[in-house]
Write a protein that binds this ligand. Structure first.
Ligand code: UD1
Length: 429
C-alpha cells in the first residue's frame, strides 16, 4: 500500500488547479444509464472512485471512451469521458463492485426507471456511522416501485413503469435527492420533491438531465418539480469544480501561510466555508481566475462552526477545519450534525500533538503552539486529508498510511501541493 511522507514547515505559494467535483461526476456518470444515446462529460477527475464506478457501469453495459491527452494537457487536467448505455445488459449491481463505494447504490434509480427492475447490493463506503438507504428506497416506493430486501440486495420492481408522486424527505439527503431525480425524470406524470438537498452537485445533475431532455424546475431550492418524459437523449456536460477540494486547499494555505490561487474555483459554491476562513483571519479574494487565499504571519483566530446541509458549512470539510484549528490562538468548537461517528480523525490528529476533547456531537479544539510529525493512519477520505493539513506544519516527518482513501477523492494531491512548495512525496508500497 502506498504511503505519503510530508516534512512540515514550508509555506505554500503558487497556483493549484481545482479539479472537477467527485460528488458531481459520480451521479452524472450514473445518469448515462437513463439513455441509449451518448452522454459526454468533460472535466471528470482522475480518481479511484471514478474508476470504480466505471467498472460498475460497464457491468451494466455502458460503453466508455476516454479522450486522449492533448498537447499541453497535464495529468491533472480533467478527462473527457463519453458514456453510452445503448442497452442495459444486466440489471444487477453485485456486492463485490458496490461494496467499495456508497454512491454506486444510486444506479438503482436509472436502471429501475429504464428497465422496470433493478437489483443492487446494499452499500458499503466510508466508515462514518451508519449510512442507511431507507430514504432512497422510500422515494422509489413513492414513485410506485415495489421494494424487497433479499440476501443483502435491494430488489426494486416497477413492471408498468414509475408514476410521478410527491416525495417528502424527513431529512435532507443528497443521495436521496439524486435518486429521486433520476427515477422521476422517466416517470409518468409530475413528481414533487419536498425538502430536497440544495447542494451544487444536485443542481449540476439537474442541469445535465435538462440537457438530456428532462423537465426539472427548482433544483437548488428545497422543492424540485419534475415533469416526466418518455425518453432522454445524449448531451455534453462539464462537471462543476470541486468545492471540497477548494476548501481543503484553502485550509492548507491557511495552515502553512503563503499565497495561492485556487484556479477555476468558484466562491459561490463554498461561501459558508470561505466565511469561516475569513473569520479565522485568512485573506480570501475572488479573482477572474478563481479564489486567492493568503495568510502572512497573522495568528489564526478560533471559530465556532456547525456542519449543515448546503448552504451551511459542509460536513466534508469538518475534519480539515479541525486540523486547521489545532493551531489557532484559543479554543474552537466544531459541531457535526450530519453524520454520527465522523470524528475518527481526532485520535490521529492527537498523535501529531493536537488537543481535542469530544463531547457528544461537538469537538473542542484547544490551539497548540506546534504540531510534531508522526506516523498516522486514516479511516476515511476527508479524515485522511486533514492529516495532510496537519503534516504540512508539523515539525519533522509525518507518514500517512492508507493513502488509498486520498486517491478516492483528491486528484494528484502530492503534485498539486508539491508544486506550491510542500515537501511531500508518495512512497509506493
Ligand atoms: C453525500 C456525499 C458526501 C457528503 C454527504 C453530506 C456523494 C458521493 N457523497 O453523501 O460526501 O458527506 O452527501 O453532504 O455525493 N440518511 C438516512 N437515510 C438515507 C439516506 C441518508 O438516514 O436513506 C442520512 C445519512 O445517514 C446522513 C444524512 O442522511 O446522516 C445525510 O446523508 P446524505 O446526504 O444522503 O449523504 P450521501 O448522499 O450518502
Amino acid at each position: 500500500m502506498d504511503r505519503i511522507r510530508i516534512t512540515g514547515g514550508q509555506r505554500l505559494n503558487g497556483v493549484i488547479p481545482i479539479s472537477g467535483a467527485k460528488n458531481a461526476a459520480l451521479p452524472l456518470m450514473i445518469a448515462s444509464l437513463l439513455t441509449d444515446e451518448t452522454l459526454t462529460l468533460t472535466n471528470v477527475p482522475r480518481l479511484s472512485d471514478v474508476s470504480a464506478l466505471s467498472r460498475i457501469l460497464s457491468n451494466h453495459g455502458v460503453d466508455r471512451s476516454v479522450a486522449g491527452k492533448r498537447i499541453g494537457q497535464s495529468a491533472e487536467t480533467g478527462q473527457t469521458v463519453a458514456l453510452t448505455a445503448r442497452q442495459i445488459v444486466d440489471t444487477c449491481a453485485p456486492y463485490d463492485l458496490v461494496s467499495t463505494m456508497r454512491a454506486s447504490f444510486w444506479v438503482i434509480a436509472p436502471i429501475l426507471a429504464r428497465m422496470g427492475e433493478a437489483k443492487v447490493s446494499l452499500p458499503g463506503g466510508c466508515a462514518i456511522g451508519t449510512r442507511p438507504v431507507d430514504l432512497l428506497l422510500m422515494a422509489l416506493e413513492r414513485l410506485g416501485a415495489t421494494i424487497t430486501i433479499e440476501g443483502g440486495y435491494a430488489l426494486a420492481r416497477a413492471p408498468k413503469g414509475l408514476k410521478g408522486a410527491e416525495i417528502v424527505f424527513p431529512k435532507v439527503t443528497v443521495g436521496g435527492t439524486h435518486t429521486a431525480l433520476m427515477a422521476a425524470v422517466l416517470a409518468d406524470g409530475t413528481t414533487v420533491i419536498e425538502n430536497a438537498a440544495r447542494e451544487p452537485e444536485v443542481v449540476d445533475l439537474a442541469a445535465c438531465l435538462d440537457k438530456m431532455g428532462a423537465k426539472i424546475e427548482g433544483a437548488g431550492t428545497s422543492r424540485i418539480i419534475i415533469q416526466g418524459v418518455s425518453r432522454l437523449g445524449g448531451a455534453h456536460h462539464a462537471v462543476l469544480p470541486d468545492r471540497i477540494e477548494t476548501g481543503t486547499y484553502a485550509m492548507a494555505v491557511a495552515m502553512t501561510g503563503g499565497d495561492v490561487l485556487l484556479e477555476g474555483a468558484r466562491a459561490d459554491l463554498l461561501q459558508a466555508g470561505l466565511d469561516v476562513l475569513s473569520q479565522a483571519g485568512v485573506d480570501i479574494s475572488e479573482t477572474n481566475e478563481g479564489i486567492r487565499v493568503r495568510r502572512n504571519g497573522a495568528a489564526l483566530e478560533p471559530v465556532d462552526v456547525t456542519t449543515d446541509p448546503f448552504p451551511g458549512f459542509p460536513t466534508d470539510l469538518q475534519a480539515q477545519l479541525m486540523a486547521l484549528m489545532t493551531m489557532a490562538k484559543g479554543t474552537s468548537r466544531i459541531r457535526e450534525t450530519i453524520f454520527e461517528n465522523r470524528f475518527m480523525h481526532v485520535q490521529e490528529l492527537a498523535r501529531l500533538g493536537a488537543k481535542i476533547r469530544l463531547d457528544g456531537d461537538a469537538a473542542y479544539v484547544d490551539g497548540v503552539e506546534k504540531l510534531t510529525g508522526a506516523p498516522v493512519m486514516a479511516t476515511d477520505l476527508r479524515a485522511s486529508v486533514s492529516l495532510v493539513i496537519g503534516g504540512l506544519v508539523a515539525e519533522g516527518e509525518t507518514m500517512i498510511n492508507r493513502v488509498y482513501h486520498l486517491d478516492r477523492g483528491f486528484e494528484a494531491l502530492e503534485t498539486k501541493l508539491g508544486r506550491c512548495g510542500a515537501q511531500i512525496e508518495r512512497i509506493s508500497g
